[in-house]
Design a protein. Sequence first.
Lengths: 328, 770
Amino acid sequence: MPDASVIEVRDLRKTYRDGWLGRKRIEALRGVTFQVQRGEIFGLLGPNGAGKTTLIKVLLGIVRKTSGDAALLDRAAGDRATRRRVGYLPEGHRLPRHLTGNTALEYYGGLSGLSAGEVRRRRTELLATVGLADWGNTGVKKYSKGMLQRLGLAQAMLHDPDLLVLDEPTDGVDPVGRAEIREVLKRLKSQGKTVFLNSHLLQEIELVCDRVAILVHGELRKLGNVSELTVGSTSEADFRLEGDPTSIRNALQGRTITNWKAVGERRFDIAVRISGQPELNSSIDALRAAGISLQEVSRRRLTLEEAFMQLVKDKPEPAADLHVLELE
Amino acid sequence: MRPYLAILKDSFREAFASYTLWVLLVLITLTLALLAPFGLTQEAASTLQRADLFDPSGLLDNLAATGKAESPSPAKRVWELFPDDFREEAASRSKPAAEDPFREVRIANRLRGELNKQLARRDFYDKDVWQGVELTIESEKLIERGIASLPDPDLRRLNRLLIETALPKLIRKSEGMALYVSWFGWKIGDALPFPAKDIQKPIQQVLAAFISLILGRLGVFIAILVTAAIVPHTFEPGAIDLLLSKPVSRMLVFVTKFFGGCVFILINASYLIAGLWVIAGVRFQVWNANLLLCIPVFLFLFAICYAVSAVAGLIWKNAIVSVVLTIVFWVMCSGLGMARGVIETLFLNPRRLETILPAGESLFVANKSSQTLVWEPEKRTWEEIFKPGEQRRQGPFNFGNQRIGPVYDATGDRLLAVQSDVPRFAQFSGTGRLQVGLRGEDWRVRTSVEVPARTSELFVRPGGEILIAGVGGVHRFEGDPAKETKEFKLFGLDLTPKLVGSKFVPVSSEGSSEWGTPFAAAMRVADGSLIIRERKRLLRLNREADPSGATSKYTVAAELDLDSTEAAALACAGKTVVVASNNGRVRILDADTLAPQSEFQPFGDNPPRAAVASPDGRWFAVVSHNRRLWLYDAEQQKPASFGIAGQRDISAATLAADNRLFVADRFQRVTEYKLDPFTIERRLEPESEMLEMIYRYAVDPLYLVLPKPAELDNVVTYLLTKQETAPMGEESDLRTDRVVIDVWSPIWSNLGFLAVVLGFGCVYIWRKDF
């Protein structure tokens, strides 16, 4: 395994058993393979039920894998010593209601192996970092959802971990808070920390992640940086053309025209769906051969959301009877 | 280690954040504040207690007879000061009518009340009446101070002393000071029936009962309600995944969380028990560090229930399910223990054998229900013989030994016993009638004369002479014991005529009429000499042959100060006396000089039930209340060790000629052993009845396997009293039945259960995907 990999997953599978005597099987992960490099912010995207949380739980040893390999910081996933170097913020976490901000950090710091003195030294700065500087002595039962998220993030960073696994860190946080959290993540990256981010908010991912993986129905659909994800897939080309409309249509025959707008006499703005650069080149060649004047040509990049939706729709969700298998 | 310490620390934090804890701490503080003013008050002893009247019936007879005399006397003075209606009732009373068996008890209570009223009278002392009567020095000093000016407590003390002088031998001589329980200095109830120096044990027993009730029941129940949510909350989604992402072991998280949950009861139990310990020490001078050991005991008791609650919470993640399952579990275990107790106490223990009488070819036994039985070899069963009269309580509620004996008289081939007069719940009433059963009459009971008051032992001398011994002295029977008294009705009253020519005649020396409790007696069969233990003294009484023949008396031939008021069981044969004391000490003495020879503690601090000797004086056996048998070989002068079956379940033993030992165990089984060389001769055991089978093969094994949370109360009693048995009645009588406290079995079974349940929880959490 290369030194630079903080997380390495190869053909990872997880099948839950449910029902009477465990006769019902639910495949949550179906052969997932990827790597996360040291110092990067890695985003994991996927619709509900895609297996994102299961993947994180397998990495942390909270759930046992069915097959495949998963390693964290060069040790097998779930290794107790490795967990000392990992900070985790679960989705919808519940902090014991009898704690205050300060005692919660003492408790989770102790669980991570920190002494009470170490926690006391770090907690003031940490609470200030997450915007809870004045709330350390307040009981967590009085915290709002956003404040609980901030405190959860603080406990994940408390023991200065090499890897942070954050499951929906901005859930319930206001826009200002989200921006602050983004700043925190960037600072962590600058310190050489690795962040594994799981979020529904595509904008968050787009803004902070170096690389993104899209998980759909337990399968990894796409992995790359944001430009690769948005460019590498099916997109559209915008043309401003001058010429006979019938000749234009004949030249683009077989291609999907998604927009047609007349902008002057024999002048048109049209949008054509293309699968890639070769199809764009052949379309230009066909238009020029038909004597059409190309006044403007531009290729439009998809947003991450569009790319994500495309990936989700391209391969529909397996039918329930395929996804959930009854054991014979 | 640090992560687990963090979990434990958090448990304390959680407990102190709980409003319930503070409410309970306030309630405990209030309870301790209520208990703190309790204390002891001593004042000059005066009030007559129930136990101060030795023989209320005899006392009334005496007073009524003296009242008719012409000349003034202190007893007549007492009689004259009674109200007219009471004098009439007392004078006209007869034997208790069948429809009012408690009439005697009622009159005895009234008698005590009337005597206590006289204590307050300033005119009770009449110089003329007490003329010539020897008063105690204390009485004379009080009279000298002037009765008119005596403060009330001193006046009552003087009158009590005068009543004791007026009615010697019928009223117990009081100690100088009486002890009362007080609250904020106010006396509560009657004087305590023991001196201040003996306060330790009663206080400890009260504390054990209080702690068992408050902590063992109420405290555990509240703690279960309060702590039921801890584990479900810990293992619910959002909490457990954060916890398990830390560098911790799943199983240790569960176990630490479990022990963390015990913090709640630890805080409450520590506060209450430490508070009681301080109150008992400061207010009663009872500083018993073992009381503090009750804290871990109750922590353990709670842990057993909490283990069930925690595992239920782990699986179902629901506090209500945890509470319900824990309560169901508690009720099931307690119910089983209760069922076992009921079957044992009401149905099986009354059949337990406690006397074995080898009589030639026959083998007689007596059980706790005062039934005398004989072994029928052909039917292989015990058949009841020598049935007592109707007064004996029938059915399962017959706990008490209402008979003295039976003993077998080989000379006359007859069984003898003394049957209690009053049908009582507990022990022999102190008065009763001699009963005789002859083989020729198929052991039918013949009721003979009344025995003197406060009889406690029945013997047959080698020649067939019947002797009884008690605090009232030694008496021998004169006449024909087989001659019956027949009750008859007159105007609706049951009357018993006096038997002409049959009576008990005192044969002990003068001093013996002053004997007191604790009392025990044993006879050396070879020569009929007696060993008597009364109060602190051990006496050897020899029967001096009187030249005139008939009036020979027992005189004290040797005396030993035992330096203890502990009750004791005695056995004497050959050259050896065995004195087995209530504190578990067994002393071996020389039978002639009573010189101590050796000393043993075979049962720890547990009291003996009975001591027996072989006729030749070689073997001695002591049976303890915790149902063990100890053998002593007087020839080798050391304890003998044999493979006697049924240890921890032995209820009786007897030694017979030819080195034979009979041992009773398993309710109705008797095993005959030969001791030199050791062999098992025969086993007599009737076929078990259905109830006994259910008990032996269903209830008892289940009870053994399941935890016994409620039985930990016994551990508390053991910690405070250091005894594995607790008396069910008068403690000074070693024959009194005692509840056998099984100290270690509940601890082991509860520990086993705790380990299994926690182990199951650990495996579950280890295998579980969260």
